[in-house]
Each structure stands twice: as structure tokens, then as C-alpha cells.
Write a protein of this length. Structure first.
Length: 471
């Protein structure tokens, strides 16, 4: 039996791709093991969003290759490079990593990983040593509800990829060139997957794609008049999907991630407000607030539009927690742009906020723009925004003290509230005896920057202090 080890890098969307590969490996009768040193084949599922992710991916590839020289067994080990970096740089990598890698596969080959492994061994028997590039053209693949998949997340939450690709023209982003144009799954496909996950005990469904608010809109382009709204009975809108997911029996959260501000509507706001299983949390990367910078980034929004949208969201969905991200150091950004952004952050008081330093990505229009910003300036601006957000986060955390929240216990002593997405947001520290993977109602007793301290209703604070120190 062939033993395969898979290293998954990058975002949740990449993680789903890794889960699909493992599902197909199991289906083919191959064993998937965590120890790369004991594997016959190692797959590195790479990320290529920004320079740091490329460097991390290459580091893992070289580490696996160097490890193959440690023992006789590992000299026979095969190395496959998959994912975004492979899709993006396959031709360059085939020449630069000629001696290190046995095969390169892209995003459309994740369901063919088992026969590709068999092909590698067949080529070896035929004395052909050159690495094989299995990537053909732009990516068009999209998974379905019955696609073999082995989840790598804890049993109580799962990522559900509702669409793939992206049609947006953002000048800083390479994703459309890597993952292709947007293509949505059907509502029925997503709902069938969700029903099965809930039956398996999943307590949180995290809906992901490059732009979840574009879900179903790709079908508009096939209509005689694209401006005519899609008939909701055809099940092509995100609002239809959310309402059908909300109707599934069971106690679980639906979390909406990766929404683009340009595609929000009053109907979406109303739908979230009327669906109790949809978490009072949205992830809406805004990237900037300066009209000049939004124009240079080609974000299809304006500062006034963003301010008005946030007002409508907060008014329409009481108790909503908003996560956003901004980019600092984009070409041409001035101190006046940063001052406007800081003032906006003070006014908006986002519950969750992240900041990226602009990365000059080869192949993007942003990389060719004049007035590139020095790294030291980017760093200073990053620190300025993060220091500001730390103050706001403390205010937000303090506002929860004395309230009772429903939390999902992640691991002994650690939980998440509706305002906390997996891996990227804060934690709620709870007594270690609370059951992992279950919902619990807790009283918030204190906070530490981005994190909250909590007790089950009726437990004394002294008991919690002992439990917290024991972690």
C-alpha cells in the first residue's frame, strides 16, 4: 500500500482542496499518514497569494527534498507540488526545481491525484526521471456535494466551498489568474453537503469562496438581459442559499466569510437578520477608504458607498460583529490617505480588523504602477493601524463584560463566540471541563486585549481563576 503524507499551506480554500485530495487518495486505497518521513509520497499543497506565502511554500518543498537524503528509504520518496504556486508558476518551477520535484499538479488535478501518483511510479519503471507537469490551461474545476473528501478540521466545524474563482479586477491581486473565473455551485449541491455535515455533528458551517457575495451571479451573464434580477425560485442567489441552509434541522451556526462590499444588498442584510442560524458576524475586506486608493486598487467601491453600507448593515442586523482587512503601502498611498484611513477606523470601531502590508506581486497591474512605497514606510503604517485597532479591540472586548454569550468549545479551556471565526479571531477562555465541540452559554467576566474570559452561568469567579491558571 502506498503511503502518502500531505502538507497543506495557505487559506481555508486551499485546505478544502487538500481535503478533497485526501478523500480521493483514500478512495484509491492509499494510506494517508501525518509523518512525512515515513511516507512513500509527500504532497505539498502550496499557497502563492503574496511573497511570504511563496517563500513558505518553497521552504517546505526544499525541506522535504533535503529530508530524502537522510535515509535509504527516503531516497525513494516521491515529491509532488500542488496548489496555487504550482498553478501559477508551473513552467518556471519545472525548470528551477527539476531535481527536487517529481510532479507538478494544479487546481484541476486534485481529483486525479491517485492516478498521477501511479503515473509517477510508471514513469520511474520506464527510466524517465524528468518531473511531470500535469497542469493544462486555466482552472475550471468546482467540487460537488458528493466529491470524496476527508475533513482536516475538528469534527465540530467545517468549511463549505460554495464557489471557485474570481471575476474582480483588483490591481493588487493575482487570484483570478490562478483560480480562473468565478463559477458557483448550485444551491441544491451546497444544501446537500450541509445536511450531511450537520448529520455528522458539525456545529458550524463556514461558507467560503473568493467572493461569497458573488454566489450565483455568474449565471446572470447567461441571461438575455443580465440586468434582470435572477428569479429566486431558480436558487441562484446567496440569500436563497442562506434561507435554505437556515431551514436545515439542528443547532448550528452558518458563518459567512470572504464577502466583497460591492455585492451587498438590502435583501442580503434582511436575510441575515431573519435567519437565526446565520452567525451575527460578517467578513468584508474593504482594503481602504480613500477614494483615490480605492480607484487605484480598482475595488469597484467608494468611500461614501462603504460608509453607507456599514451603516445599513449595523442598523439592519442588531449585534453584528464586522471583520475587515486593509492594505497599507499600496503604490501612491500618501500620509493623507493613511490619516483618512485611521480616522475611518476610529469612527467605524470594527470588532475585528487585520492589516496587510502591500506585496508587489508579479503579474498584477499594481506591480507595474509608479510610486511604489518603501518597505520601511509600509512597516510604519502597519504598526500605526494595528496600534489603533488594539485600543479599539480593548473597548470592544470590555463591552462584552457582564453579558451572556453562546460559545462553541474548540478545545479544553478554549471556545469561540459568534464574533470569532476559526483561526483568525479572538478566543473565549472557559473552564477546561466544558465539553469540546458543544455549544455552551457563558457569562463574560473579563478580557485580555482580543480575548474574553468566561464562566458557565452560576460558577464562581474563583473557580475559573484556578482553571485558567492550570492551562
Amino acid at each position: 500500500m502506498i503511503k502518502v503524507s500531505l502538507i497543506s499551506l495557505g487559506c481555508a480554500k486551499n485546505l478544502v482542496d487538500s481535503e478533497i485530495m485526501i478523500g480521493h487518495l483514500h478512495q484509491a486505497g492509499m494510506a494517508v499518514i501525518p509523518d512525512a518521513a515515513a511516507a512513500d509520497v509527500v504532497i505539498v499543497n502550496t499557497c502563492s497569494f503574496i511573497d511570504s506565502s511563496k517563500e513558505e511554500s518553497i521552504g517546505h518543498i526544499l525541506e522535504v527534498h533535503q529530508g530524502r537524503g537522510l535515509t535509504k528509504r527516503r531516497k525513494e520518496q516521491k515529491l509532488i507540488v500542488a496548489g496555487c504556486m504550482s498553478q501559477r508558476f508551473s513552467k518556471d518551477l519545472s525548470s528551477s526545481l527539476h531535481n527536487e520535484v517529481d510532479a507538478f499538479i494544479g487546481l484541476d488535478q486534485i481529483t486525479k491525484v491517485a492516478p498521477i501518483i501511479e503515473a509517477i511510479y510508471a514513469r520511474e519503471r520506464g527510466k524517465q526521471d524528468a518531473p511531470v507537469n500535469f497542469i493544462e490551461g486555466k482552472s475550471t474545476y468546482i467540487p460537488d456535494y458528493d466529491t470524496p473528501r476527508f475533513r482536516l478540521t475538528p469534527g465540530h466545524f467545517a468549511y463549505v466551498k460554495i464557489a471557485e474563482g474570481c471575476n474582480h479586477p483588483c490591481t493588487f491581486c493575482i487570484i483570478p489568474q490562478i483560480r480562473g473565473r468565478h463559477r458557483s455551485r448550485t444551491v441544491d449541491s451546497v444544501v446537500q453537503e450541509a445536511r450531511q455535515l450537520v448529520k455528522e455533528g458539525v456545529k458550524e458551517l463556514d461558507l467560503i469562496s473568493q467572493d461569497t457575495t458573488f454566489f450565483g451571479m455568474d449565471t446572470w451573464e447567461q441571461r438575455p438581459n443580465p440586468r434582470t434580477p435572477v428569479d429566486s425560485s431558480r436558487g441562484t442567489a446567496l440569500t436563497t442559499l442562506l434561507r435554505e441552509l437556515n431551514a436545515i434541522e439542528g443547532d448550528f451556526w452558518i458563518r459567512l466569510l470572504y464577502t466583497h462590499p460591492a455585492h451587498w444588498s438590502d435583501e442580503l442584510i434582511r436575510t441575515i437578520a431573519e435567519c437565526p442560524k446565520v452567525a451575527r458576524y460578517i467578513d468584508i475586506p474593504l482594503q481602504h477608504i480613500s477614494d483615490r486608493m480605492l480607484g487605484r486598487m480598482q475595488r469597484e467601491t467608494s468611500g461614501d458607498y462603504i460608509r453607507d453600507l456599514l451603516k445599513r448593515i449595523r442598523a439592519g442586523i442588531p449585534g453584528i460583529a464586522i471583520r475587515t482587512t486593509f492594505i497599507v503601502g499600496f503604490p501612491g498611498e500618501t500620509e493623507a490617505d493613511i490619516a483618512e484611513l485611521c480616522e475611518f477606523i476610529r469612527e467605524a470601531k470594527f470588532e475585528r480588523l487585520g492589516v496587510f502590508r502591500y506585496s508587489q506581486e508579479e503579474g498584477t497591474r499594481g506591480a507595474k504602477l509608479p510610486d511604489q512605497i518603501p518597505a520601511k514606510v509600509k512597516e510604519a503604517r502597519w504598526h500605526k493601524l494595528m496600534a489603533l485597532q488594539k485600543e479599539i479591540a480593548a473597548e470592544v472586548s470590555k463591552s462584552y463584560v457582564g453579558k451572556t454569550l453562546k460559545v462553541l468549545v474548540e478545545e479544553p479551556g478554549v471556545a469561540r463566540a459568534e464574533a470569532d471565526a476559526p483561526d483568525i479571531d479572538g478566543r473565549v477562555y472557559v473552564p477546561r471541563e466544558l465539553p469540546v465541540g458543544e455549544f455552551v452559554h457563558v457569562a463574560i467576566t473579563g478580557y485580555q486585549d482580543y480575548d474574553l474570559l468566561a464562566l458557565p452561568r452560576g460558577q464562581r469567579p474563583a473557580e475559573f481563576k484556578v482553571a485558567k491558571q492550570a492551562q
